[in-house]
Structures are given as structure tokens and as C-alpha cells.
Design a protein around this ligand. Structure first.
Ligand code: NOJ
Ligand code: CA
Length: 709
């Protein structure tokens, strides 16, 4: 159902003294975009029903050793068109997505350089995307980017949810403040964290903003980040203009371009309410349709894993031997003694497989299965992993066979230790090894500095590396979940084998740096705008001192809030991260994790406010079942779930998992209450959420008793 036709009615040309403004409106006419050239420079602005989203904002690029691409412009040609289609994702939040926009493509001529570039704008009901296109031409064959000049001129001191720009990590706590307060809060926002390459005066994308006066929610990000470095946003506090700050390579260059080339899309999601931001599919729509012909092998996956126990103080290790061997100079692996705490051993893996298969999971992840961990921890930077050599206590053949008999898969773990070049040359062998033993999914990782060239995690070369891995795994029918990789930009529309990524501060931080109670009320408005996160929820045992009595840190949520994450943190890859023995103690609450769907026919954002709360209802793929989840920040809240999303005339049984009356994320996090109730379309159920609490509801049709059996 694709339509493409050209039209002229919604474009008009406004003559001014020195400029010709080209304007288009969104299909619902609420957003309007204007493009103009003034004094030979290019600008755009965006309005939502006459409220300013961004005022005149500059376009262009500066180049190294070549005239800049940001002035000398005149409009050579303009084309407008409209496009409308609905498309079905391989997996997703809804059965199908609407992709409907009006487009304006401006061909700019640059003199005296005699070059031509195209700026293409797509205006949807939920926002704007635009990109630069560089056609191949003798005067613009190849070039090096010094900086992209694209601006987002907000012109007002908006409220922002932000993390400091860093070329190598996004694993920060979010700060909520006015833009003008960022300088005073900047250092504190990353201090004491694993900061690597902080960029002063800049924040990361996606950036969530709220114009309180005009009641507009604005999300700034990018779509289809391919062959280009990731965008950060520098702030000019004199006029509240955001300026693109690309991630440089080791030499400081920001991109090597051979024409023809299109940049990623710059995106502005705009909505009069926060729910509309979470409902937006603009970033996905700006990506190319699926390029994988046969997608039957791509499966949403619910998994457990030999994983959390390595983060749990005093419990297990990734490495097989005593790390001190390496520090003491004993380098012959065969001479090292096992440390007795290696997590990925046959008996433990079988224990997870038994438990997970009994409770309907699809897979388990096993980390620390392969040689190299003690070399890495002990000596740091070397090519320590070959991805094909299991430790002696991990019988790869037997365990995959055991998993297969139980209808389970084992998820392969490839920690590259940041040695991306090493990974590239070993990938083919690693994939062949996986095929031999029956693996079909990888969790990858890029911990530490990228070697050998000192690239940054988000620079052009690494963005291209992640892309090669996505495409190579697709060709090998392997699903990929990458950690420490670049922020997501909707690439999973094109490559649905890219099933999730981390690229933010996830559950592992509950065990070391900590997470704020509002963290998961912000992530869906920031990191998740680009795609699903492998957040790894599901901690039931919230005190973390049971293998080490000296541990004082505890999880930052109630147990019921952990259940809610399976609905509020959208991902087709969902982990139940806690240890089997912790779930075994709370089987009634675990039932929700067993039941909850991971692929959906519909999703309704019931209520949301970044930093405060999120309530979502989702309909399971191919079933008449709904799952509802709600979370709050550090404040207690009450909320009434309105079941009007249910089908008319049907009665359902709702199972409600909520915080107990006296629950509290600090004093009493594990206190929950479960009850059942019949609900129809007319029902309303009121819920109390504890501080950093939440609730989850499964809604299934009531089975009609059959008479005369
Ligand atoms: C960081 C990842 O986020 C985590 O999930 C993984 O266990 C470690 N790296 C080790 O690879
Ligand atoms: Ca808050």
C-alpha cells in the first residue's frame, strides 16, 4: 500500500527583500517548515500551530582542506512530493506503522566552487527529518568533514533531560534541568562515573526537551546513522541554539566522505503531549525498508543468563583462573589453577537451562565461556579473545545439545574488549563456530578503549564497524545485541536481526554505580527513541549483599517496578536477569515475567511525563491478551488504569501485580501484592505506586465454561 505522487498545492513561495522561503506543512497541517537562503547561507525553521519549535537555524558543513559547504548558496531547484504507506515490522510495538510525510527537496548551487548539494526535508505529523545529499560531481568527489554546522535554534531556555557528551560512553545518569543550568550541573553529571572522553559544553543525542510555556515536547536526534559519525549537541547559551558536534576520529577529523553520499537524518519529534513522543515512529520511518529477504529466523527472545551473578559482589567470575596469576607473571594458561568461582561451568549452565526451559524461556546467555578474560583483566590491551576457544569446564557441544533437547538456544557472547579490528578478522571463524554448535544470536561488547587506532566508540570508523557486523550477522542468519555500541537510530527497520542494544546505563549499574529512581522514566524519551534497549530487568532480590555481607548498595526500585519494565521498556529481547533461586522464592510474581509478551500487535501510551511516570498498555502479537505496566520516579503516585482499550462486549481476567501498601524502594522494596479481578472495556482500576515503585497487569480473556462435557 504505497503511494507516491507529486503535488504543488501546499507549497508557496514568499518573496522577501533577499530571500525566497519555501514552506511545506505536515499532512495534518499542524507543523510547518520553512527553508530560506539569506546572504547566501541556508536556514530552516519549524513551527507547530504557530508556536516556534526552532527559529531560523543554520545548515551546512565545514570541510578540512577544502572550501566549506556552508555559504555561497542559491536555490537551483525545489521539488515537493507526498508519501503515504503502511508497513509491517518484523517485530515491533504495533502490527503496522504509518509512514506519511510531505517532502521538500532543495537543490542548492554553491558558487564560486561550482558544487551542488541537496537538502531533503520530510515533514510528518509527529515531526521533521532532514538530511544532506551530496551527488557525485567533479567538484565534490571526496572530502573530509571538519564539523557539521546544522543548528537547532530553540531560542528559549527549555527544560531538558540530558547526559554529558562523551565520545565513548552513554552510561550516565540523566539530569533534568533548564538548559541554562547545564554549565553548573555539567561536571557533577558525570563525576565518579566511567567517563572517557567528555566534551565540554555539549550533551548527547537523543536530547529530550520541554517548552513549558507553549506546552510542546521536542526530541532531537538522528535517524539512519550509516557511514558517518554520531551527533552530539553543543549549546550556545546566548540564544539557546544547539549546534551539531560530530564525534571525531583519532586524528580529529569528523568524517571521510566519498560522493555520492547521504548524511543521516537530523530529527525533531514534536508533540503537544509526552505520550505523542513515545508513540512517534518518525525515526523508524526515516530508515530504509527491511533488506533481509527471509526473516523467519528472526525471533523475539525472552532469556535468562549466566550473567547477573558475575556482577553480584562475591559470587561468580567471567574468568576461569585466578587473575593474580597474570599479575604475578604466570602467563601459561595451562599452569594456572581454576579459581573455583567460574560462572560458565557445565553444571551451572545446565542449572540455568533447566530452570529457564521449565518456565518457557527461549534462550540463556552465557558469558565468560571463552578463554581470554584473565589476560584482558590482567594485562588490559591485547587481542585476547579468539571467540572459538571455550574454557575447559564449558563443554560447548554437550551444552548446546542439552539446550536443543530442551527447545532452548544459548546466546553467544562476544566481548571484543574494544579490539574491533581483531573482531573483524576473526568474525568468519567465530560465525562458523556458532553454526557448528547451533547458536543463532550474539551479545557483543566493546568495553574499554578501541584499539588499535584509538578510534572513539561513536566515530565514523566504529559506526561503520557496527554496521559491518549487523550486515555480516544478517548474511549468517544471526541476531545481534550489541553493548557499548553507538546510540540507536532506527536501523532495525532495515536490519531486524539487530534485535537490541545497550548503549545506555542499564541494570548492571544497580550493582556498582547506581541508578536513579527516575532513570527508567527518562530512557524511553531518550535512548529508546532510536530503538530497543537490552536493559536486562527483573531483579527480585533487591538487597545485593547475599554473597558479600559488606555490600550496602541495593536496587533502586521496588520489585513490582521491575515487573513493569517488561512493558514500559520496549524490546523484543527481554532478559529475566536475576538468579533462578531468587525467582524460585517468588513464583507468584515470576508468573508475570513468564506470561508477558515480547512482540506486540498494538501499544497504547496511556500516560507519561519524562522524569516522572510512564503507563503503557500493549496487546500481545496474535493474541487477545494485554499487558499493562506503570512506573514512577522517587515520588509515590496513584494512577487509575482505564481499560477502554479492551474489545467491546468481552470479559477479561486481570492479574494485578502491585506494590504492597507499605512498599518503598529504600525501606521495603520487595513487598508486593497480587490479586485478580474481572475487567471489561468499562473498568477502571486504581493503583498506588510506592516511591520508585510500579505495577504490572496481565489481561486475558475469561475462558467460557463449556457445558455438556
Ligand atoms: C558490559 C556489558 O554491558 C555487560 O552486559 C557485560 O556483561 C560486560 N560488559 C562484559 O562483557
Ligand atoms: Ca521526577
Amino acid at each position: 500500500m504505497k503511494k507516491l505522487f507529486f503535488f504543488s498545492s501546499f507549497v508557496w513561495i514568499v518573496a522577501t527583500n533577499w530571500a525566497a522561503a519555501q514552506t511545506i506543512t505536515s499532512p495534518d497541517s499542524k507543523l510547518s517548515l520553512s527553508f530560506s537562503v539569506k546572504n547566501s547561507e541556508a536556514f530552516y525553521n519549524l513551527k507547530y500551530q504557530n508556536k516556534v519549535v526552532v527559529t531560523d537555524s543554520k545548515l551546512g558543513l565545514r570541510l578540512l582542506n577544502s572550501p566549506d559547504l556552508n555559504k555561497g548558496f542559491s536555490i537551483k531547484d525545489t521539488k515537493t512530493s507526498t508519501f503515504k504507506e503502511t508497513w509491517k515490522p518484523v517485530w515491533g510495538e504495533k502490527k503496522e506503522y504509518l509512514n506519511h510525510y510531505n517532502e521538500l527537496a532543495i537543490t542548492l548551487s554553491q558558487q564560486p566552487e561550482n558544487r551542488e548539494i541537496v537538502v531533503r526535508f520530510r515533514l510528518f505529523n509527529d515531526g521533521l527529518g532532514f538530511r544532506y545529499e551530496f551527488p557525485q560531481q567533479p567538484t565534490l568527489n571526496y572530502f573530509v568533514i571538519k564539523e557539521e554546522d546544522t543548528e537547532f535554534a530553540l531560542s528559549k531556555d527549555l527544560k531538558a533531560w540530558w547526559i554529558a557528551a562523551d565520545y565513548d560512553t552513554e552510561e550516565y545518569k540523566y539530569t533534568e534541568s533548564k538548559l541554562s543550568q547545564i554549565p553548573e550541573l555539567f561536571k557533577g553529571s558525570y563525576d565518579g562515573n566511567a567517563s572517557q572522553t567528555i566534551v565540554d559544553n555539549a550533551v548527547q543525542s537523543p536530547l529530550m526537551l520541554k517548552n513549558i510555556e507553549d506546552n510542546l515536547y521536542i526530541n532531537v536526534h538522528e535517524a539512519a546513522l550509516i557511514g558517518y559519525s554520531a551527533m552530539n549537541l553543543e549549546i550556545d547559551y546566548s540564544n539557546f541554539t544547539l549546534k551539531t558536534h560530530l564525534t571525531p576520529d583519532a586524528q580529529g577529523a569528523k568524517g571521510y566522505i566519498q560522493t555520492p553520499f547521504n548524511t543521516p537524518w537530523r530529527t525533531l519529534v514534536v508533540s503537544p503531549n509526552a505520550e505523542g513522543v513515545l508513540d512517534s515512529k518518525l525515526i523508524l520511518n526515516l530508515n530504509e525498508p527491511c533488506k533481509i529477504a527471509d526473516t523467519k529466523w528472526i525471533k523475539p527472545t525472552k532469556y535468562m543468563g549466566v550473567w547477573f551473578e558475575m556482577f553480584l559482589p562475591g559470587k561468580s567470575t567471567w574468568s576461569y583462573t585466578d587473575l593474580d596469576n597474570v599479575r604475578l607473571g604466570v602467563t601459561d594458561f595451562k599452569k594456572m589453577k581454576p579459581n573455583g568461582r567460574h560462572g560458565a561451568n557445565n553444571a551451572n549452565v545446565k542449572k540455568y537451562l533447566d530452570f529457564a526451559s521449565k518456565h518457557g524461556f527461549d534462550a540463556i546467555l552465557v558469558e565468560g565461556w571463552n578463554e581470554g578474560w584473565e589476560d584482558w583483566f590482567g594485562k588490559s590491551k591485547e587481542e585476547v579473545f579468539d571467540f572459538v576457544t571455550p574454557y575447559p569446564d564449558f563443554d560447548v557441544k554437550m551444552l548446546n545439545e542439552y539446550a536443543r533437547q530442551k527447545g532452548m538456544k544459548i546466546i553467544m557472547h562476544h566481548e571484543t574488549s574494544g579490539a574491533a579490528t581483531n573482531y573483524e578478522r576473526r568474525m568468519d571463524d567465530a560465525f562458523a563456530f556458532m553454526h557448528k554448535y547451533g547458536y543463532n544470536a550474539i551479545k557483543s561488547g566493546y568495553v574499554g578503549n578501541i584499539i588499535p587506532r584509538g578510534e572513539h566508540h561513536y566515530s565514523q570508523w566504529m559506526v561503520e564497524h557496527y554496521q559491518r557486523v549487523i550486515e555480516k550477522t544478517a548474511a549468517n542468519k544471526i541476531m545481534i545485541d550489541s553493548h557499548e555500541s553507538v546510540h540507536l537510530t532506527g536501523l532495525h527497520r532495515t536490519w531486524p536481526n539487530f534485535i537490541a542494544a545497550e548503549a545506555a546505563r542499564g541494570t548492571e549499574y544497580e550493582t556498582f554505580g547506581g541508578l536513579n529512581p527516575d532513570h527508567t522514566t527518562i530512557l524511553p524519551f531518550t535512548r529508546l527513541m532510536g530503538g530497543p534497549m537490552d536493559y536486562t530487568p527483573g531483579v527480585f532480590q533487591t538487597k545485593l549483599n547475599y554473597y558479600d555481607p559488606n555490600v550496602t548498595r541495593q536496587v533502586s526500585t521496588t520489585l513490582a517496578k521491575q515487573l513493569a519494565f517488561y512493558v514500559t521498556m520496549y524490546s523484543p529481547l527481554q532478559m529475566a536477569c536475576d538468579l533462578p533461586e531468587n525467582y524460585a522464592r517468588f513464583m507468584d510474581a515470576f508468573q508475570f515475567i513468564k506470561d508477558v509478551a515480547i512482540d506486540w500487535d498494538d501499544s497504547k501510551i496511556l500516560a507519561a511525563e519524562p522524569g516522572d511516570y510512564i503507563h503503557i498498555a500493549r496487546k500481545a502479537k496474535g493474541k487477545d491478551e494485554w499487558y499493562v505496566g506503570g512506573i514512577t520516579d522517587e515520588s509515590k503516585r496513584s494512577y487509575t488504569v482505564d481499560f477502554s482499550f479492551l474489545d467491546k462486549g468481552k470479559t477479561y481476567e486481570a492479574t494485578i501485580y502491585e506494590d504492597a501498601k507499605d512498599a518503598d524502594y529504600i525501606d521495603n522494596p520487595m513487598a508486593y501484592h497480587i490479586y485478580k479481578q474481572k475487567v471489561t472495556k468499562d473498568s477502571k482500576v486504581s493503583i498506588q505506586l510506592a516511591r520508585s515503585g510500579g505495577y504490572a497487569i496481565s489481561v486475558k480473556p475469561v475462558k467460557i465454561a463449556t457445558k455438556n462435557k
